[in-house]
Design a protein around this ligand. Structure first.
Ligand code: C2E
Ligand code: MG
Ligand code: MG
Length: 587
């Protein structure tokens, strides 16, 4: 008996089903051969092997529509045979050839991956044919179901459930093999703005494209999953050292660099990646996920389009962050926020021009939390939208009271986050705050950051020009710390910019900061932008700025940010004439 051969010579005809028969008993082979030859030879083309090893070899080279197999082979026995075959040929339906015909046995076979069975000596040609066809259909629906319950419909990547399963398996394999598993946690930077401006369908297209680019960066045996939204994970197995994962991270970042076309828009996506290792970083699966997430946030903080490897200190940060997040969720309703105001003063006249509203959060458990700590969390979670709305309303209402107290020339500056622009309702919120308070639009100044201009999405551009059309003044905050691109200054309808306090700190004396300050002032004059210098703490800094031609100043030298009542007192003290014009040398 040859180990391999076909019952019918040649190659399968079109529409013929190509079947692998795995059976070592010559009598049973004869039986099948005779019924098929009699009744179904036009429809079936059967190749025959006698061992699992021979089947493995065949299956790796040739595609079959179905496998008919005996469970007891020279080199494999019982359900092991099924397990082996489903591993080698996961897509091919399996039919078991057996002497037994009872329901519990059949159920057991199905559980181990077979689609159906044929009872030896009781099967004629049409029955064999029907069984094969049924097994093929059943396999398709099994696979479809398995797909739906384990894969992400949109991208075809593993879903959260399958991901957890795979990570679990990878962890036990790594322990046995003494290798490392790397877990990569990816979050697309600025994905939300694509969704908001181009719509969800475009967002979906973007995710599909990202998924296919990710696939090019890893080995077939590695798992890529989409956990939901724009969060992806990658499991890298069999690593010798962390550096192996770093190589993949670089590859991923690079692969996303090429722009992609969505509805005639050229979109640039970048991703921030957090990486953690098993067994070095933590022992359980949820711990690994938390670590990778914390490392991803750090990567985002470092300026996006970066990867960051988890270190133990990040875990403490993550815990702190989580605490801030849940406390922040209740802060608006529990009225834990308040505003402080820092005066802005004209260098030339000494007049108080207005005040910047700065947000403060006083939490019963945490005390006073710095905006530097909670604003980023509010931005990431989207809580900045309701919080920012509260700030706008409160600031406009407060300024109204100063006007009523006689200081009707002072304006108020409110800081806005890029995320508020993406939300789409910002312009309405501003319009309402202006209407409710009855202040002139010009007396509301909005401070935006370069990251907003860099987003360069249609939604933020439209919102900016609508705000401008409303009549509010727009200032670019923290100028000099970001990209400080001249192109932005020209492109957007800005009224002025604020030189970041880090440049003011070492004035006068530091040649670099002096040069930068001069350059920013020259540039602004050319572009007819007003300039506010932040963080002025002493007379020497003020003198330098006056000579350099700076318009306005803010800083501890004049006043720290003050609560509403104190600010009103300050106004009254430092403004001898009620109009606060000439003769105010109070500072
Ligand atoms: P910013 O808008 O650049 O605000 C100026 C920061 O400099 C304030 O810190 C202010 O207290 C501080 N400052 C003022 N004068 C001096 C000085 O002479 N020396 C020094 N060393 N610092 C000075 P603060 O209040 O901690 O705010 C930090 C940042 O938090 C703000 O930077 C702003 O980006 C953000 N922020 C504050 N309130 C809000 C808000 O309502 N919405 C948004 N989106 N962001 C806000
Ligand atoms: Mg500001
Ligand atoms: Mg600033």
């Amino acid at each position: 008996m040859s180990t391999s051969g076909s019952l019918f010579g040649g190659i399968p005809l079109r529409d013929q089903l190509h079947v692998l028969l795995l059976e070592d008993n010559p009598g049973d082979v004869m039986l099948i051969r005779s019924v098929v030859e009699d009744q179904a030879h036009k429809l079936l083309w059967i190749e025959h092997v006698t061992s699992l090893a021979a089947a493995t070899d065949k299956l790796q080279r040739v595609h079959f529509d179905a496998i008919i197999t005996d469970l007891h082979l020279p080199d494999s026995d019982g359900t092991d045979t099924l397990r082996e075959l489903t591993t080698i040929a996961p897509d091919v339906p399996l039919i078991v050839l057996t002497h037994c015909d009872d329901d519990p046995f059949a159920l057991e076979l199905l559980k181990h991956g077979a689609q159906d069975y044929l009872v030896k000596g009781q099967s004629d040609g049409p029955l064999i044919l029907k069984t094969i066809r049924y097994a093929i259909e059943r396999k398709e629906s099994d696979q479809h179901f398995a797909f739906l319950s384990h894969y992400d419909k949109l991208t075809g990547l593993a879903n959260r459930e399958l991901f957890r399963d795979r990570l679990h398996q990878a962890m036990s394999r790594a322990e046995r093999a003494g290798k490392l598993v790397a877990l990569l946690f990816l979050d697309l930077d600025r994905f939300k703005s694509v969704n908001d401006t181009l719509g969800h369908l475009a967002g979906d297209e973007l995710l599909v494209e990202v998924a296919s680019r990710l696939k090019t960066c890893v080995r077939k045996t590695d798992t890529i999953a989409r956990l939901g939204g724009d969060e992806f994970t990658v499991i890298l197995e069999g690593l010798d050292a962390p550096v192996d994962a770093e190589i993949v991270c670089r590859k991923i970042i690079k692969s996303l660099e090429a722009p992609l076309m969505l509805r005639n828009h050229e979109i640039y996506v970048t991703t921030s990646i957090g990486v953690t290792f098993f067994p070095s970083d933590d022992v359980d699966l949820n711990g690994l996920l938390r670590n990778a997430d914390a490392a991803m946030y750090r990567a985002k903080e470092e300026g996006r389009n970066k990867f960051h490897l988890f270190t133990a200190d990040l875990s403490a940060r993550a815990v702190k962050r989580m605490g801030i997040e849940s406390a922040l969720r209740h802060a608006v309703e529990r009225q834990e926020f308040f505003l402080v105001y820092q005066p802005k003063i004209s260098v030339l006249s000494g007049e108080v021009l207005g005040a910047e509203a700065l947000l403060r959060w006083e939490n019963p458990q945490r005390g006073l939390v710095s905006p530097v700590d909670f604003i980023p969390v509010a931005e990431e979670t989207g809580l900045i939208v309701p919080i920012g709305e509260w700030v706008l309303r409160r600031a406009c209402a407060d300024i109204r009271k100063w006007h009523a107290a006689g200081f009707d020339h002072v304006s108020v500056a409110v800081n806005l986050s890029a995320r508020q622009f993406r939300h789409g309702e910002l312009v309405d919120v501003v319009r309402q705050a202006l209407q409710e308070s009855g202040i002139a639009p010009r007396q509301l100044e909005l401070e935006i950051t370069e990251s907003l201009l860099m987003d360069d999405t249609e939604a933020s551009q439209i919102a900016l020009s609508e705000l401008k059309a409303l009549g509010t003044a727009i200032y670019l905050d923290d100028f000099g710390t970001g990209y400080s691109s001249l192109a932005y200054l020209k492109k957007f309808p800005l009224d002025g910019l604020k030189i970041d306090r880090s440049f003011i700190h070492d004035l006068p004396g530091d040649p670099d900061d002096e040069a930068i300050t001069h350059a920013i002032l020259a540039l602004s004059q050319a572009l007819r932008l007003r300039v506010v210098a932040e963080g002025v703490e002493n007379e020497a800094q003020l003198e330098f700025l006056r000579r350099a031609g700076c318009n306005d100043v803010q800083g501890y030298f004049f006043s720290k940010p003050l609560v509403f009542d104190k600010f009103l007192e300050w106004l009254q003290r430092s403004t001898p004439s009620r109009l606060g014009r000439a003769g105010n040398q109070g500072w």
